[in-house]
Write a protein that binds this ligand. Structure first.
Ligand code: CA
Length: 230
């Protein structure tokens, strides 16, 4: 599954520049011209990141960022604010409202991609290509392989994404709804039992090396990957 970025920008030339740069770098792009269109898009699918223009018609980017942060469905999605303002205080105001980073127009494609990568690495490590290691268990997003020591484990694509998310967010309980949002990218069309089915498959895939013990069921809450358990 590609990393998806929602671009919220009303100026066609800048929206096009942002979208083209992202598509060339291998991202999937969704576009919106204002906060209302963006909200419709977010109701259908959750992106991995939002690039949000500060000056939008209607609700400002800043007001929209605040709204996204107070909405349980969208509060975890990283936001990079795109701004023409260079004043230092716009940066401070943005960061106070839960914006993860900001980029000032005009920017180079290279700078944009570097910032996106840095924020994803910090906020959504399961959206980057970095290998993850817990004990002898290693997950490599580039080769799409999971190894325990020198043994390669057979794992399906959904179980791979689920394990990637859990390994990059250890020692925290996630509800089934949160896992659907984070791993499937959309909770709208899937039931929570889907999560149980794939957790069961994931544990089976991890059994040969005893790493199935990493994943615990928390009754009434969800699932957790506990690092200490190996
Ligand atoms: Ca604008």
């Amino acid at each position: 599954m590609n990393t998806t970025v929602l671009v919220v920008e009303d100026e066609p030339a800048i929206q096009e520049l942002l979208a083209t740069t992202l598509v060339r770098a291998g991202y999937d792009v969704q576009r919106a011209t204002d906060a209302n269109v963006a909200m419709d898009s977010l109701r259908n699918t959750l992106p991995d990141m939002i690039l949000l223009d500060w000056m939008l018609p209607g609700r400002s980017g800043l007001a929209f960022a605040r709204e996204l942060r107070s909405n349980p469905r969208t509060k975890a999605v990283p936001i990079i604010m795109v701004t023409a303002r260079v004043e230092e205080n716009s940066k401070v105001i943005g960061l106070e409202h839960g914006v993860d980073d900001y980029i000032t127009k005009p920017f180079s494609p290279r700078e944009l991609l570097a910032r996106i990568k840095a924020v994803l690495r910090r906020r959504a490590p399961h959206s980057t290509d970095d290998a993850v290691k817990i004990g002898s268990l290693v997950l490599d997003p580039v080769s799409h392989r999971v190894c325990a020591g020198d043994k390669s484990l057979q794992i399906g694509p959904t179980e791979f994404r689920l394990l990637h998310f859990l390994m990059t967010h250890p020692d925290r309980v996630y509800s089934r709804a949160q896992l659907l949002d984070q791993v499937w990218g959309d909770h709208v069309f899937l039931g929570e039992r889907t999560v149980d089915v794939h957790i069961r498959r994931l544990r089976l895939a991890l059994q040969p090396s005893n790493h199935d013990k990493l994943i615990r069921t928390v009754r009434g809450s969800g699932y957790i990957l506990i690092i200490k358990s190996i």
